[in-house]
Design a protein around this ligand. Structure first.
Ligand code: XYH
Ligand code: MG
Length: 384
């Protein structure tokens, strides 16, 4: 079996999420957007595919970085193919992103699963058949009845836990450009209101403004420890590993990271070596795919540390189901104004359906398990 073609279908669909000037998602008016279906097709017809951001898989990027490394190669040699592409990042001028590398890696894992007749989460190790999700809120806003006040967060957390069935909740606090943000005291008020609303037994986490000072961060960490929070993530610029080393040495609260710092499993190993985190963080889009995400998790396991997987979707779910050293699947981002459980126009089913007990189950279908409406995708194609 050899890789023959790599193609994308760029297609239009709608979204109710708008991005603010810092890139954070919030509910907004329905608008048109585009996504891509990336397909890797072999000479025997075996095909791996994944939904990804259209901007990540533009033709010039595939021609320059992906096709020269994949076409004619054995698709089952995932490690060799990942390395062949990854090494071109060094002199790729920043255009070969970890998200592009991730999309290709996920499509190759989907292809491998289909060739083996196995779900990817099982192929990776299948440590568990289902995993508890935590409800991960959108960042705070100033929308009436949205996530504009501590009481809004408390009301939404109560719905998440007592109506929808989540067994854990993570808040994203208010971040600029929302008026009044950042404010550690407002972050604390929201966290205290949520703890009051859900009671003492629900694991809670906070993902606040990502550029607090050390002293602001320490104040917030100690307050969250008082509320028995499970962890805080990314309160400061992650390029300053020494700040995180200082933080973990000075607070009893678990610090999780790095999430967005570049460097894949190499960076995360350095954070562990320098005691800059208590819990490791890795998401397939942050580290360049399932292949490096699994390495992050195994490295963490060697130090008796958990690796909490960043982000949603079939790739992150596959890793979270595969590994022993993780607690939850991140499901979101959620907001009172958005029905997260409703499939998008291009989906028959969302990747991460959650049962009433708060579990997301691994699908017993070959590949990544994305259940796509191919007629919709083809019918709304915008590229030639
Ligand atoms: O919008 O800043 C943000 C969030 O932090 C988002 O990037 C991401 O989903 C996350 O951090 N999840 O934990
Ligand atoms: Mg985060």
């Amino acid at each position: 079996m050899k890789i023959e073609t790599i193609e994308t279908t760029i297609f239009r669909h709608t979204t109710n999420t708008v991005r603010d000037s810092d890139g954070h998602g919030h509910p907004g008016p329905q608008s048109e957007t585009q996504s891509a279906l990336l397909r890797i097709i072999c000479d025997d017809g075996t095909t791996g595919q994944v939904i990804c951001a259209a901007a990540q898989v533009q033709e010039d990027l595939l021609d320059r970085f992906i096709r020269p490394n994949l076409v004619g190669r054995d698709p089952l040699r995932g490690e060799a193919l990942w390395y062949a592409i990854y090494k071109w990042q060094r002199l790729g001028g920043g255009r070969l992103t970890d998200r592009l590398l991730c999309a290709v890696d996920l499509a190759l894992w989907d292809l491998k699963g289909k060739a083996a007749g196995l779900p990817v989460w099982k192929l990776l190790g299948g440590y568990r058949e289902k995993i508890l999700a935590y409800g991960s809120t959108m960042c705070g806003d100033d929308l009436e009845g949205g996530l504009a006040t501590p009481e809004d967060y408390a009301r939404f957390a109560d719905w998440m836990v007592n109506t929808r069935g989540y067994k854990a909740v993570k808040l994203h606090g208010w971040m600029p450009p929302v008026p009044g943000a950042p404010d550690v005291r407002m972050d604390y008020k929201a966290c205290a209101a949520v703890r009051e609303a859900v009671g003492p037994d629900i694991p809670l986490m906070l993902d606040p403004h990502h550029f607090y000072s050390r002293t602001e961060t320490l104040w917030l960490a100690e307050k969250l420890a008082g509320l028995d929070f499970a962890w805080m993530e990314e309160p400061m610029e992650e390029a300053s590993m020494s700040s995180y080393k200082w933080l973990t040495a000075n607070t009893r609260l678990n610090i999780l990271g790095p999430e967005t710092m570049t460097g894949k499993h190499w960076t995360r190993a350095e954070w562990v070596r320098h005691d800059a985190c208590d819990i490791v963080r890795s998401g397939v889009e942050d580290v360049g795919g399932i292949t490096p995400a699994m390495k992050c998790a195994m490295m963490a396991e060697s130090f008796h540390m958990n690796c909490e997987i960043h982000g949603t979707g079939a790739g992150n779910l596959a890793v979270a189901l595969a590994i022993p050293n993780t607690s939850f699947y991140e499901r979101g981002l959620l907001h009172p104004f958005i029905d997260y459980d409703k499939p998008r126009e291009f989906q028959n089913r969302i990747d991460d359906e959650m049962d009433a007990d708060g579990y997301v189950h691994g699908r017993d279908v070959p590949g990544l398990g994305q259940d796509l409406d191919m007629a919709y995708i083809e019918g709304n194609r915008v590229n030639a």
